[in-house]
Design a protein around this ligand. Structure first.
Ligand code: ZN
Length: 605
């Protein structure tokens, strides 16, 4: 049976027939040493061990097995057991007559992302789905992880696993456990000298682990995490579905992204997100996003998402719910928690959500359901041309969730909203946690809280590629979406737009992407071309090009290179566009009431 819930006290004092001993003595080489011990069941003639090929939440085959080396298996007398590979990530051992066996290997961990392992001489991020094999047919058993490291050098440990003995990080090994392999796979651990903080909210313990190159204000971070917990939990009845939760936050150069787990989230950001109050807001929205997944996807989940087949792609047309709705709620909760003002929130919706979607030609080329189903070979196999061929289910799903929320509010005179739909899905999940949700479940919940008309309209948005009728959705709340041409400033003419993104690469100015049906695409400019000069002025950086395009007054001659040969072309520039979401000048009283209902929050500011 699929089970993701685990309380720390359920592991206390347990024993396990599957044990992973993990040594960090080769951490400086980015290596983890593993000895997996398995007590065999009577009459087990052979066992099969498999390493996952992907990490749930990140829909790409990553073949973690490629980082495994020096693999050996031993019988109970310490004699070599032959390894018979039966798949690229799976092998069989002949265990006839044995009562226990051991498997040893090293795992190379040197990729600093939220979904992969990273171990250095200073610290280690242990993510079990990357590096710990499971025994086929025995994933429902208790699994233990035994950690051995120099605790005089690494003084702090934060984990989503549960301690088997009271945590004493001075005595090795530290023994942690999970009730089954799914929970183990989903539960990372950080060891090193990071900063940490603890707070209690909604009846549960919350740990914050801050891994950064310099000391930063972890108490500030913990206070905001607490605000997020309280704001989001209140939408789901004021309680949380775990006894303990960990916010892992990694700050450093070129770090970004997040990954959700049932009892924790892993978040990455630039250090400036913890030193600059303006840049902090995007980190806080990221924390809101990953924390919202506690409900939406880890528990309220598409039927396909658990139990997982870790060996191959798991396809679902419902990422518009799992990621799209979560994208809507991340900024909304950043607003409800008081991190954004009302004006900032409306700006974000206009510029980063609706406005950005309008620059994705691919929204007319593929439905969001198909983009979701094909996530493994579309969003996660992103090509520079991708934006022209499909819409992101994060971006379009977020905009559709916004429009659905507004449509429900308008349809019910503000009595209901999308929050009610999510609460109903949560209640449905709790009635039978082992069963995932279908699209019909979601549509029924929408109809229950609005009408068949809203349900049918939403289904159309999911299955068709036309843009929703924004005016019809916005006007009942007295809202309008305004598209303006860029304005000139005191010193510069208005910004111009060509429809291409440029990047610097080894001192050259390279075309990173080109939108279909834009001035740049009409001029025949393509991805990977080098832009050499604009109006015969040499350019090498995007900033130089931007200034030249802005001052070119409409038309610019481009000297470029494709595949080593020069060409010249002419771009007819357009004025850049600015987007605003705003209240109409004189809203009616009903419009005003519905608008206020949409943006109500308990925090002043
Ligand atoms: Zn997400």
């Amino acid at each position: 049976m699929y089970r993701i819930e685990q309380r720390d006290d359920e592991l206390s004092g347990t024993t396990a027939a599957i044990r992973y001993h993990c040594w960090f003595d080769r951490a400086a080489e980015h290596l983890l040493r593993v000895r997996m011990e398995i007590d065999l069941q009577p009459n087990a003639d052979n066992i099969r061990l498999t390493l996952p090929s992907w990490a749930p939440g990140s829909y790409k085959i990553r073949d973690f097995i490629s980082h495994v080396g020096n693999l050996h298996a031993y019988d109970e007398n310490g004699c070599d057991l032959p390894i018979e590979w039966v798949a690229k990530n799976s092998f069989r051992l002949d265990t006839a007559g044995a009562s226990h066996i051991a498997v040893e290997y090293v795992f190379y961990a040197n990729e600093r992302t939220v979904r992969t392992m990273h171990i250095t001489r200073w610290r280690a991020f242990l993510f079990p789905v990357n590096c710990l094999f499971y025994v086929e047919g025995r994933t429902d058993e208790i699994h233990h992880v035994l950690l051995y490291y120099d605790s005089s050098q690494w003084r702090t440990l934060t984990t989503a696993l549960s301690p088997v003995q009271p945590l004493d990080t001075a005595t090795m090994p530290v023994i942690l456990g999970a009730l089954n392999y799914d929970i183990l796979a989903d539960s990372p651990t950080e060891i090193g000298n990071h900063q940490s903080a603890t707070f209690y909210a909604c009846g549960a313990r919350h740990d914050v682990a801050l891994i950064a190159p310099v000391p930063l204000n972890v108490e500030w971070l913990a206070a905001r995490c607490r605000t997020i917990v309280e704001a989001e939990a209140s939408m789901f009845g004021g309680t949380v579905p775990y006894d303990r939760y960990v916010f892992f936050v990694y700050a450093g150069a070129n770090l970004n992204g997040g990954l959700e787990h049932a009892r924790c989230s892993v978040n990455m950001c630039d250090v400036s997100a913890l030193t600059d109050p303006t840049k902090a807001k995007s980190l806080l929205a990221l924390l809101c996003h990953e924390y919202f997944h506690v409900w939406n996807i880890k528990r309220i989940r598409p039927a396909e998402y658990g139990p997982f087949d870790y060996t191959r792609e798991v396809l679902s047309p419902m990422l518009w719910l799992a990621e799209g709705f979560t994208s809507y709620y991340d900024d909304l909760f950043a607003y409800r928690a008081g991190f954004y003002s009302r004006e900032e929130y409306l700006d974000i919706l206009a510029r980063d959500q609706i406005g950005r979607l309008l620059h994705i030609p691919g929204r007319h080329a593929m439905t969001i359901r198909d983009s979701s189903y094909l996530a493994w070979v579309k969003l996660y196999a992103q090509s520079p041309d991708g934006q022209n061929r499909f819409p992101s289910y994060y971006l379009k799903g977020g905009v559709l969730a916004l429009l659905l929320d507004l449509a429900i509010i308008a349809e019910t005179d503000g009595v209901r909203r999308l929050d009610d739909v999510m609460l109903t899905l949560w209640q449905k999940y709790r009635q039978s946690p082992e069963r995932g949700l279908t699209e019909t479940d979601v549509l029924s919940a929408i109809e229950q809280h609005s009408s068949q008309r809203v349900r049918d309209q939403f289904w159309q948005w999911l299955t068709q590629v036309d843009d929703p009728d924004m005016v019809a959705i916005l006007s009942p709340l007295g809202l309008e979406f305004v598209t303006d041409s860029a304005m000139s400033t005191e010193l510069l003419p208005p910004e111009r737009w060509a429809g291409m993104q440029l990047k610097s690469d080894s001192g050259k100015l390279i075309v990173a992407s080109v939108e279909d049906a834009t001035p740049a695409s009409r001029a025949g400019i393509a991805v990977d071309d080098e832009i050499i000069a604009l109006n015969d002025v040499r350019v090498t950086t995007p900033e130089q090009a931007q200034l030249l395009l802005r001052t070119a007054m409409g038309s610019v001659t481009v000297t470029a290179s494709c595949d080593g040969r020069l060409y010249r072309t002419q771009i007819e520039l357009r004025l850049a566009t600015q987007y605003r979401l705003q209240c109409i000048a004189t809203p009616g009283s009903q419009q005003y009431l519905l608008f206020e209902r949409w943006l109500e929050r308990s925090i002043e500011g």
